[in-house]
Design a protein around this ligand. Structure first.
Ligand SMILES: [Fe+2]
Length: 244
């Protein structure tokens, strides 16, 4: 029997996030897998083509095209594939093992691909050709409080982006109400629980190799020239309203 025969479409769920809309297709299994898996809903992500930036300064459309179509959409596809497998008999929960098990592999890569999707959407969303706006008075004051100046903050992001292998972000920590810069070696490695990203910089080689070969610093400089401060300001406003 085709697995789709026992899966029914139960509805479309729309979640309003800080600045964009996450459209999720919810599929609900009618039965628990025989191996002991749980009855669960399956979230299928949709790629957001409207987030693809064009006409950036110092980052070519060709660079963005391969980044968006191959890498970003690749994470969407693999996340969806993993959700299908988690809802099926593919991974026997009774054989879960921390050294190796199919279930462990799914949970590890679920984290990698989901965070890959979210971080890429935030990255593309905070870029616009030639940049837009400037830090709001509220954000500027907060940046000056924690970094001394906006330039110092951007320099901290740049150094972190050179020191790390995947990402650098300026984030707002909900627990201690502070701004901080942190880096990731992979989408799901070294993130801070309870923080909301405001500026998201992708430093994987795939983000700049078409334009810059192996030269990361000029790519980061170009990234700063295309920052959409209106979007970043909105993220900060929303972060200030969030509670933990
Ligand atoms: Fe990327």
């Amino acid at each position: 029997m085709d697995r789709r025969d026992f899966i029914k479409l139960s509805g479309i769920s729309i979640l309003a996030s800080s600045t964009n809309i996450l459209a999720m297709e919810i599929l609900e299994k009618e039965e628990k897998p025989k191996s002991g898996g749980r009855k669960m809903k399956v979230m299928k992500l949709q790629p957001k083509d409207y987030l693809k930036p064009k006409g950036l300064v110092g980052i070519s459309d060709g660079q963005i095209e391969v980044h968006f179509e191959a890498h970003y959409k690749g994470y969407v596809a693999k996340y969806n594939e993993i959700q299908e497998k988690l809802a099926s008999d593919f991974a026997d929960r009774s054989k879960a093992n921390q050294n190796y098990s199919e279930y462990r592999a799914l949970k590890v890569e679920e984290s990698f691909n989901y965070m890959g999707v979210i971080l890429h959407e935030l990255y593309f969303e905070n870029l616009i050709g030639g940049g837009k706006g400037e830090p709001s008075e509220q954000l500027r004051k907060a940046i000056e409080e924690w970094f001394g100046s906006v330039d110092n903050c951007l320099n901290e992001i740049k150094a972190t982006g050179i020191a790390c292998r995947g990402w650098a972000t300026l984030s707002y920590d909900l627990y201690n109400k502070m701004l901080f810069v942190n880096g990731f070696d992979a989408h799901n490695q070294y993130g801070f629980v309870g923080s909301i990203p405001l500026i998201v910089l992708d430093v994987y080689e795939h983000a700049y190799y078409v334009d810059q070969k192996n030269k990361r610093p000029p790519y980061i400089d170009a990234f700063f020239k295309n920052l959409n401060w209106d979007m970043i300001n909105q993220r900060f406003e929303n972060a200030l309203k969030a509670k933990v």
